[in-house]
Write a new protein. Structure first.
Length: 202
């Protein structure tokens, strides 16, 4: 059985390396007839839109689309940045994902660049920005980051809560967190520890 599998593997490798990997040429046999110009693949986990650009989050990258023509969106850029959730605030994108919390400079949407990253133990699944503070959730932890200067953020504190956190959103100066325990409302003050106001059990 092992010899048969090895034989088939060698045969397939030979076929793909000699046929499938050859570029498809034009009628004159000079230039590739098929070229990869852009790509958007897999299920998008999140999306945010500002002006003429849409930012799509995938499990392995952040993609920027030009949506001036809504019937024909154009791929303009991508970062190899796992993106589960993102928030746009000013010329910056605040991203939560497998690698943690990341601040992205998008002054030029066609050339986004990573400015700062806060690694997390588990996948960061939610992010919200309230004033000059960003809040990030991963597992049972709520991180508070000072983003007064998005080029030089600083971690203010990390709170460990009683249950795994699933989602985070902001409304005014309040944070709403969903967890296995239910929904919590937290009041925020710039740079000060957030205060739990109430919990609705689910």
């Amino acid at each position: 059985m092992f010899r048969i599998k090895l034989f088939l593997t060698i045969m397939l490798w030979t076929i793909f390396s000699t046929v499938a990997c050859r570029p498809i040429l034009d009628a004159a046999g000079q230039h590739p007839a098929i070229q990869l110009l852009s790509h958007v693949a897999g299920p998008a986990l999140t999306v945010a839109v500002q002006d003429r650009y849409a930012y799509l989050g995938f499990s392995y990258e952040l993609v920027v689309l030009d949506i001036r023509d809504h019937t024909n969106p154009q791929w303009v850029a991508a970062l190899p940045l796992p993106t589960t959730e993102l928030v746009l605030a000013g010329p910056y994108a605040y991203v939560a994902g497998r690698t943690g919390f990341t601040v992205v400079d998008r002054h030029n949407p066609t050339q986004p660049r990573v400015l700062w990253r806060l690694p997390t133990t588990r996948t960061a699944v939610g992010v919200a920005v309230v004033g000059t503070d960003a809040y990030v959730i991963e597992d049972r932890r709520l991180h508070q980051v000072d983003v007064t200067d998005p080029r030089h953020p600083r971690l203010l504190r990390t709170l460990t809560l009683s249950a795994q956190l699933n989602h985070l959103t902001a409304a005014g100066a309040d944070l709403y967190l969903s967890s296995w325990d239910g929904v919590q409302r937290w009041a925020t003050t710039p740079h000060a520890p957030p205060q739990l106001r109430c919990t609705v059990a689910m």
